[in-house]
Design a protein around this ligand. Structure first.
Ligand SMILES: Cc1cc2nc3c(=O)[nH]c(=O)nc-3n(C[C@H](O)[C@H](O)[C@H](O)COP(=O)(O)O)c2cc1C
Length: 334
């Protein structure tokens, strides 16, 4: 089928569809990324990893940069404030299979910004440039940057940082169009994303508040971005990704599946997590994910409470299975 939207090109990678799964710390581990990939992700990004931590290479840190064989191309995201340490970390993740190295200039969490990492880097564009230059020089793969608009509304440095990025050889930039001070308040400012697209020649990936496939298409066309990044709205709803891919192919999007099918997929997600991480580590993570899958249909809050009271994987899955049976005999879809 003719593609209505061209692929995203980053260095040697032709990325189709131009849909990127947002890195989400504590959520988008390799299992989730591989599960969501076939829905239509062109590119996945690891959770952010501390460049300092990579110097020590603990098991937990190495797990965070681990990739799933199914997900290439995959980008590994690093955060830190020291160009030398970031360059070292970039070499490590490249050796461990990263196709792209992404630099985080966006995280607003105090535990990151108090060490001048993440979005705090945007308070010093010279430092941003030094980090980008060092990372580009360290690896033989494309380097990209993900950032916010600036630290506050008074210092919107994103165009300046993106121009410097382009000048030192960064090959794409993602903009989550909020300031660091906003955290997740207000809404992402897609006018600023359009302004960035006009200001630089490297590909721009637009990010923020895309929770509907038609909205994502509209934002993409209006801003002219080369790709969109989807985050929170995909959790419990990977069908957002497939619906957007269908629109990008120039076809009509299918409606989202009914509740029973969504829950059946949630069980598949649950079992895959247990298989890959063991029950002890999968159960707390899957409580969170089941909460997402259970959003938005009648009877969900009662079911969520029942799920929270269960102890092991099989008990939880049995509760979800009995709900599926109930839904199929008397559908409750809102
Ligand atoms: C739980 C959570 C964890 C996140 N972790 C990261 C991260 O590790 N690296 C990063 O660049 N952004 C991170 N983000 C920000 C997202 O990548 C994305 O920019 C943001 O959620 C806006 O997109 P959305 O409106 O589609 O969710 C995180 C967001 C959430 C909700």
């Amino acid at each position: 089928m003719a593609q209505a939207i061209p692929p995203l090109r980053i260095g040697p990678h032709t990325i189709w569809p131009p849909i990127v799964l947002a890195p989400m710390s504590g959520v988008t581990n390799r299992t989730l990324r591989a599960l969501y990939k076939p829905f239509g992700l062109g590119l996945t990004v690891t959770e952010f990893v501390s460049s300092n931590a990579l110097q020590f290479g603990s098991r937990r840190t190495m797990e965070m940069i681990d990739q799933h064989g199914l997900e290439h191309p995959v980008s590994t995201q690093l955060w830190g404030n020291d160009p030398r340490v970031m360059a070292y970390a970039a070499k490590v993740v490249r050796e461990c299979g990263a196709d792209i190295v992404d630099i985080n200039f966006g995280c607003p969490a105090p535990k990151v910004t108090k060490t001048e990492g993440g979005s705090a880097c945007l308070r010093d564009v010279e430092r941003c440039e030094a980090i980008m230059r060092a990372v580009v020089a360290a690896v033989d793969c494309p380097v990209t940057v993900k950032m916010r608009l600036g630290w506050t509304e008074q210092d919107l440095v994103f165009v300046e940082v993106a121009k410097r990025a382009q000048a030192v050889g960064v090959q794409a930039v993602t903009l989550h169009a909020r300031t660091a001070r906003q955290f997740y308040k207000g809404s992402a400012d897609w006018e600023q994303i359009a302004a960035l697209k006009h200001a630089v020649d490297i590909p721009v990936i637009g990010n923020g508040d895309l929770d509907d496939p038609h909205l994502a298409m509209e934002r993409m066309r209006a801003s002219g971005v080369d790709a969109v990044m989807l985050g929170r709205a995909t959790l419990g709803n990977p069908w957002l990704i497939s619906a957007l891919r269908t629109l990008m192919e120039g076809a009509q999007a299918q409606p989202y599946p009914a509740a029973a099918e969504r829950l059946r997929y949630a069980i598949h997600h649950y079992r895959t997590m247990v298989e890959e991480w063991g029950e002890e580590r999968a159960v707390p993570q899957m409580r969170k994910h089941l909460g997402y899958y259970l959003k938005g249909f009648a009877g969900a809050s009662e079911l969520r409470e029942r799920v929270m009271r269960t102890s092991g994987a099989e008990e939880t899955i049995a509760v979800v299975e009995s709900t599926i049976a109930r839904l199929e005999s008397a559908p409750l879809v809102a």
